[in-house]
Design a protein around this ligand. Structure first.
Ligand code: FMN
Length: 293
């Protein structure tokens, strides 16, 4: 449920610029005309995004969730340039070669904080994070993932299913030898092709019924991956684990001690990289179509 907020406009400070009116997604602020007095309506519709307080140039918006001590003046000269951001986006790569060194907790905390900066639909902010560094639990997650795929492979390999599905799902069948090999390497050599020997796993979960939980979680995940890159922490999206959680609903959530109303929606494996890529590659750009006047 959306909390109720105390919101007001200090008429003595307000310069009637109308920014709060323009930025509020819930249309709580209004002006009869530009430059007119600002009025408030239906404050119980506030989604708590804080745009009103952040956009006001004179601190005239009083919002109990965003008192002055929670507002920071932005110094744009300290932000990365477009070139710096382009550089970061080009060097961010998935890492699959980790050392056995643990990622320091302080770096993991900064990665989670970066994730938590991401936008969420309707400012729901319903995401939760689990940072798994316990090696036994990491091994359990690898085992769970491989067992789940093992089960799938057995079903897919049964003669009648194979005859029926193989022509329909060539993409899935292409992975069958890979799943078999990954399971064999784990069992015989202890080689982890799922988390790739990462020493931490960032699990991002959302309310089971959230319509945008997956989108929210994956935006948060991308923030986390960019922060990891800047901190020198290697990261790779744990897609096999996510796929296993979809095949066995609720199983990973139980393993992690999450309640029945939570669903894992994104996973990022993290670890100290064995090396840093000396080269960035230029990819074929995807088609980007413009529809102009
Ligand atoms: C949804 C998603 C799932 C992924 N799952 C895995 C995975 O399970 N294992 C893995 O090694 N890489 C995984 N990746 C990484 C991709 O293979 C990788 O992003 C892609 O090859 C491009 O390389 P780059 O990330 O270095 O640019 C995943 C990426 C995404 C976006």
């Amino acid at each position: 449920m959306t909390p109720r907020y105390e919101i007001g406009v200090d008429a003595a400070r307000c310069i009637r610029c109308g920014r709060c009116v323009g930025v509020c997604p819930s249309r709580i602020f209004s002006q009869e005309r530009l430059g007119g007095a600002v009025a408030l309506h239906d404050t119980d519709h506030c989604i708590g995004c804080g745009h009103c307080a952040a956009a006001c140039p004179v601190g005239a918006v009083a919002h109990d969730a965003f008192p002055p001590e929670r507002l920071r003046r932005i110094d744009r000269s300290a932000l990365p340039s477009a070139e710096a951001l382009e550089g970061l986006l080009a060097v961010r790569r998935s890492m699959r070669c980790f050392t056995t060194h643990e990622v320091p907790d302080e770096l993991l905390r900064r990665i989670v904080a970066a994730a938590d900066r991401a936008p969420t639909a309707s400012n729901a902010r319903g995401l939760g994070y689990v940072v798994v560094t316990d090696r036994a639990v990491l091994r359990q997650i690898v085992g769970f993932t491989l067992a789940t795929f093992g089960r799938l492979v057995r079903v897919l390999s049964a003669a009648p299913v194979r005859w029926l599905l193989r022509p329909l799902l060539p993409g899935l069948y292409r992975y069958v030898p890979t799943f078999r090999r990954m399971e064999r390497e784990w069992r015989d050599e202890g080689t982890d092709r799922i988390l790739r020997g990462a020493t931490a796993l960032l699990v991002i979960h959302a309310p089971r019924r959230s319509r945008f939980g997956a989108e929210d979680a994956n935006l948060a995940c991308q923030n986390a991956s960019l922060m990891a890159e800047t901190l020198g922490v290697g990261q790779v999206y744990a897609g096999f684990v996510l796929s296993a959680t979809r095949q066995r609903t609720g199983a990973l959530e139980r393993l992690l001690g999450l309640g029945p109303d939570r669903r894992v929606r994104a996973l990022l494996a993290l670890g100290m990289p064995q090396f840093r890529y000396p080269c960035a590659i230029d990819r074929e750009p995807a088609e980007a179509r413009w529809m102009k006047n």
